[in-house]
Design a protein. Structure first.
Length: 338
């Protein structure tokens, strides 16, 4: 089963990278008005130049072309979202699990600037003017740099405050977990304009909690091991202990859970596309191809082919995750050296 899973995922990856170079006779957004809701068995229709191997939808678009380009969209959305959500979860979970509430101390200008810039971030995200996300981010970064520069020239620059990283982390996770992820994603997509970048930000911002909880739990366990206590007693820097000794002994749950996270993001992206939100209308997607079946309930091929591609991809990712969970050895204890 593992070889089949790897084979299917490799096939999807190859198709995603080569679709733009394949001799596909019909673009995914091209409408063949002479072939409306054509079944796969009807290979060549009178007046057409090329067959529709997997049929057409009620708008005359080629199903095979939409599936191939939909695989490209799935890879471009789910893989970067899963990677970036994992990296963000590792960063936030590491701060919470390794430093707790009293160990990590930060400079006062950084703390005060972050607190003052938060209302600006909330206003920028929900602003009515159609400003692109890039310019919003540029404005926020510029304002933050100005605030930090001003505060660093005041007496606050000499003060260092303890950051309650664990309490902030648990509060943020509780806030995000208080509502279903789909409802939260739907609310955010109603605020941001449909684009690939905004969809990635939404998926990352709502999917980082699972890897963050895993890495926090593992670091709480690793932090209490004897070799970590020996490293602290030896006076090793905390960043070195975290990077070289704690994280290498806490990464296995992330390694096991990554395929599961990606499977969840593939399903979520298909659900949003099925509902017609998240991505621009011209972007092909497996979920959007499934949605065209509502226009012709007798077009079984509009459910079978994109549904099979989606189910096989999710099952393959889950199979990899289960195999990693079964074969994952115990965590190494490790040793600390200067």
């Amino acid at each position: 089963m593992q070889k089949l899973a790897w084979g299917w995922l490799l096939f999807v990856v190859i198709i995603s990278f080569t679709t733009s170079y394949l001799p596909i006779p019909y673009p995914p957004d091209a409408s063949d008005q002479q072939s409306i809701s054509v079944a796969p068995s009807s290979l060549v229709r009178p007046g057409t130049d090329a067959p529709h191997w997997l049929g057409t939808d009620p708008l005359g678009r080629d199903v095979l072309s939409m599936l191939l380009f939909g695989a490209q969209t799935t890879l471009l959305v789910s893989l970067p979202a899963a990677l970036l959500a994992t990296f963000l979860g590792i960063a936030l979970g590491s701060m919470a699990g390794f430093w707790g509430d009293h160990t990590l101390k930060i400079a006062a200008p950084w703390w005060v600037s972050s607190a003052l810039i938060l209302p600006v971030v909330l206003i920028a995200v929900g602003s009515i003017p159609p400003i692109s996300l890039f310019y919003k981010s540029l404005i926020i970064i510029t304002l933050y740099a100005i605030l930090y520069f001003i505060l660093s020239r005041t007496p606050l620059a000499t003060k260092r405050w303890a950051l309650p990283a664990d309490s902030l982390f648990l509060g943020l996770v509780a806030l995000l977990s208080s509502m279903p992820q789909l409802i939260l994603v739907l609310a955010l997509t109603a605020v941001l304009q449909p684009s690939l970048g905004s969809l990635l930000l939404i998926l990352i911002g709502t999917s980082w909690t699972a890897p963050a909880r895993l890495i926090r739990a593992e670091l709480l366990r690793v932090r209490a091991l004897p070799f970590m206590e020996a490293g602290l007693a030896a006076g090793l820097p905390t960043w070195r202990l975290l990077w070289r000794h704690a994280l290498p002994n806490a990464w296995r749950p992330i390694w096991v859970g990554f395929p599961m996270s990606m499977a969840a993001l593939v399903t979520l992206e298909a659900t949003l596309s099925f509902l017609g939100i998240g991505l621009p209308p011209e972007v092909p997607s497996w979920g959007r191809t499934l949605a065209t079946a509502r226009l012709d309930t007798s077009a079984w091929w509009l459910v079978l082919f994109p549904g099979a591609a989606l189910v096989l991809t999710v099952l393959a990712l889950r199979q990899l995750g289960m195999n990693r969970a079964i074969k994952s050895p115990g965590l190494a204890q490790g040793n600390v050296t200067n």
